[in-house]
Design a protein around this ligand. Structure first.
Ligand code: C5P
Length: 285
C-alpha cells in the first residue's frame, strides 16, 4: 500500500540585512559582502502538490508584480534539481517584488525545501543553489547569520541576538540591484569587526549597528531619493532604535523593542503615507 500523496507547504520569510558592507569585487563582477542577515516573521507561502506536470500559480496581494514564467525563481529552483518531476506549485505572494528583502530568494529556498520533501530527494548542490541567487543560501539556512563571499559563506552568529520587532517600509519604487551595485563610489569598504560582540539588549544591538553600514544605501538613494524620506519617517517613530535600508532597497526597516511600538509605528506610517507598503513583524529568532 503506498502512502497518500501529500501537499507540502513552506514559509518563505523576508530577509533583512541589518548591515551590509561591500568589501570587494570578484573578477566576474560579483561583489564581496559582509552582512548580518536576520529574518522577519512575515513572508510568502509556497505550496507543492503532487502533479504530472510542473506548474506555477501565483496568488496573494503582491501577485500582480510577478510573472509565472520560466524565469520565475520558483521554477528555476525546481529545475535546479536536474530533470524535475511534476508538481503543482502555488506561490502566495505577500512581499513586494524586487524590494531588498529577498522575496525571490526566499521563494526559491522555500521551493527547494518543499520540492525535496515532495519528491523525497536531496537538495541540489551548493553551486546550483548559489546560481539561483546570492541570497538563496542564507534563505535556505533560514536563521540569523553572518554572510560573506558573494553570499555563499555563512556563519551562525556567535551569540543570540536580543529580541526585536521590525517595521518594514517599501515606498513602492523598484530599484535595479545591478545598477545599485554599479553606483557604488568604492568597492573596498571595511568589513564588519572579525568578532561579533555579545549584544544583550536592543540598545546594544542598535549601538553596534550604528557603527556599521549598508554600503548600498548611497547609490540606491541617489537613484530613488524617497528612500531617504522612508528612513527619516521610520526613524522619527517613537521607540525606533535604528532605521536603515535592507539589501539593495528600496525596503527600509526600523528596529523596535516590542510588538506594540512596532504596530503603532506601522499604523502611523500607513496613515501618513497611503501609497507605501508597511508591515510590522517580529524578528525571527
Ligand atoms: O544573485 P542575484 O540574482 O540576487 O543578484 C542580482 C545582481 O546583483 C547580480 O546580477 C549582480 O549584478 C548583483 N550582485 C553582485 N554581488 C553580489 C550579489 C548580487 O554584484 N554579491
Amino acid at each position: 500500500m503506498s502512502a497518500a500523496p501529500v501537499t507540502v507547504a513552506e514559509f518563505a520569510r523576508a530577509k533583512v540585512n541589518l548591515c551590509l558592507h561591500v568589501t570587494g569585487q570578484r573578477a566576474d563582477g560579483y561583489h564581496l559582502l559582509d552582512s548580518l542577515v536576520v529574518f522577519a516573521d512575515l513572508g510568502d507561502r509556497i505550496t507543492c502538490a503532487p502533479a504530472d506536470q510542473l506548474s506555477l500559480t501565483i496568488t496573494g496581494p503582491e501577485a500582480a508584480g510577478l510573472a509565472a514564467d520560466q524565469d520565475n525563481l520558483v521554477l528555476r529552483a525546481a529545475r535546479a534539481f536536474g530533470r524535475p518531476e511534476g508538481a503543482a506549485i502555488t506561490l502566495e505572494k505577500s512581499l513586494p517584488v524586487a524590494s531588498g528583502i529577498g522575496g525571490g530568494s526566499a521563494d526559491a529556498a522555500a521551493a527547494l525545501v518543499a520540492l525535496s520533501k515532495l519528491w523525497h530527494v536531496g537538495l541540489p548542490d551548493a553551486g546550483a543553489v548559489l546560481r539561483l541567487g546570492a541570497d538563496v543560501p542564507v534563505c535556505l539556512a533560514g536563521h540569523p547569520a553572518r554572510m560573506r563571499g558573494v553570499g555563499e559563506l555563512l556563519s551562525p552568529l556567535p551569540h543570540p541576538l536580543p529580541a526585536a520587532h521590525l517595521v518594514l517600509v517599501n515606498p513602492r519604487v523598484q530599484v535595479s540591484t545591478p545598477s545599485v551595485f554599479k553606483g557604488l563610489a568604492r568597492k573596498d569598504n571595511p568589513p564588519l569587526p572579525p568578532e561579533l560582540p555579545r549584544l544583550k539588549s536592543l540598545t546594544d544591538l542598535a549601538t553596534f549597528l550604528t557603527m556599521q553600514r549598508n554600503d548600498l544605501e548611497a547609490p540606491a538613494q541617489a537613484a530613488e531619493p524617497v528612500i531617504a524620506a522612508v528612513k527619516t519617517a521610520l526613524g522619527g517613530q517613537p521607540g525606533c532604535h535604528l532605521a536603515r535600508m535592507s539589501g539593495s532597497g528600496a525596503t527600509c526597516f526600523g528596529l523596535f523593542p516590542d510588538a506594540q511600538s512596532a504596530a503603532a509605528a506601522a499604523h502611523a506610517l500607513r496613515a501618513r503615507h497611503a501609497g507605501w507598503w508597511v508591515e510590522a513583524a517580529a524578528m525571527a529568532a
